[in-house]
Design a binder for this molecule. Structure first.
Ligand code: C2E
Ligand code: MG
Ligand code: MG
Ligand code: MG
Length: 280
């Protein structure tokens, strides 16, 4: 590279050497074009019932295949998309892609489990959101019960319009779950206001469950409370056998985590469905 040839020379631009702030700058600039050029893809992570160890669901997670940087994680570009307003375009793409993927899988008879996807609060407050979801379901010829929305806690979801939006979706058979439960400031208030179908307990509670008594007590109580409210409980970020066993004893309905599988491209998810998830 250029720098080895002496100090007065211009360096070639090598994206892997870019500073963090420069990388952010480039990515922010490229996002719109990336979406338009079809650089987004969805990975799928299975949700497992701890009793049977069968796949009972999947979560679709977006990835950005950047031509220079390779795969970019959503934790990085979703906040950028939210800031710039591109989240609507990105979110609409996700809805279309998930519904079409479900259609392809059902045509092949490989997948009968519901697939969830993440919805930004910014999408939920938009008046055309329900119409967009319903139109995608209809275009793909699939039922509302095939999909599940994951919504994180945020101040926005306290508005009346969002309460109505969630009801309308549920009236179509679409399930709605609270993502990252326990990390926001309003978790319990939300549970009174909305009739959610499921609660996803955040990874941060699970990390120490096997050695910290108070984490274990909290998770146990969250599962109990959710069940009393008629909600299913999914625990995410499960990485060890010990955690699985504790969660199974607590009556957790579904487990999602690297212990069973990382998020994988659709073809690999098909293989998991055909063969079942087998542990090392
Ligand atoms: P999330 O919805 O809470 O998704 C779970 C995240 O935890 C995923 O990260 C997943 O890969 C990761 N994960 C699952 N199991 C484990 C585990 O055992 N250990 C560890 N360390 N991590 C685990 P990912 O795919 O990077 O997504 C991050 C976040 O980006 C998501 O958190 C979600 O909030 C957001 N996101 C992803 N896709 C979309 C999308 O299509 N739309 C929107 N609005 N947000 C999205
Ligand atoms: Mg999620
Ligand atoms: Mg989560
Ligand atoms: Mg999260």
């Amino acid at each position: 590279r250029a720098k080895e040839n002496g100090k007065d020379q211009w360096q070639c631009y090598d994206p892997t050497m870019a500073s963090e702030s420069y990388r952010r700058f480039i990515l922010k600039n490229d996002l719109q074009r990336g979406i338009a050029r079809g650089e987004l893809t969805l990975y799928y992570q299975p949700k497992i019932a701890p009793e049977t160890e069968q796949i009972v669901g999947a979560e679709a997670l977006v990835r950005w295949q950047h031509p220079d940087f390779g795969i970019v994680e959503p934790g990085y570009f979703i906040p950028m998309a939210e800031e710039s307003g591109l989240i609507t375009q990105l979110g609409n793409w996700v809805i279309r892609e998930v519904t079409q993927q479900i259609q392809r899988w059902s045509a092949l008879n490989v997948c009968t489990v519901p697939v969830s996807f993440n919805v930004s609060p910014k999408q939920l407050v938009q008046s055309e959101f329900v119409r967009t979801v319903v139109a995608s379901l209809e275009a793909a010829g699939i039922e509302g019960v095939c999909i599940e929305l994951e919504i994180t806690e945020s101040a926005m979801i306290h508005n009346d319009h969002v309460v109505d939006t969630i009801r309308m979706l549920q009236n179509r058979g679409i399930k709605v779950s609270v993502d990252d439960f326990g990390t926001g400031y309003s978790s319990f208030g939300q549970l009174r206001r909305h009739r959610f179908d499921a609660l996803k307990v955040d990874k941060s509670f699970v990390d120490s469950i096997a050695f910290d008594k108070s984490s274990a007590t909290l998770v146990k109580a969250m599962i109990q409370m959710a069940h009393d409210l008629g909600l299913r409980v999914i625990v995410e970020g499960v990485e060890t056998r010990e955690q699985v066993e504790i969660l199974r004893d607590y009556g957790c309905d579904e487990i999602q985590g690297y212990y069973y599988s990382r998020p994988v491209p659709p073809e690999e998810f098909e293989t998991l469905l055909r063969q079942g998830v087998t542990m090392a």
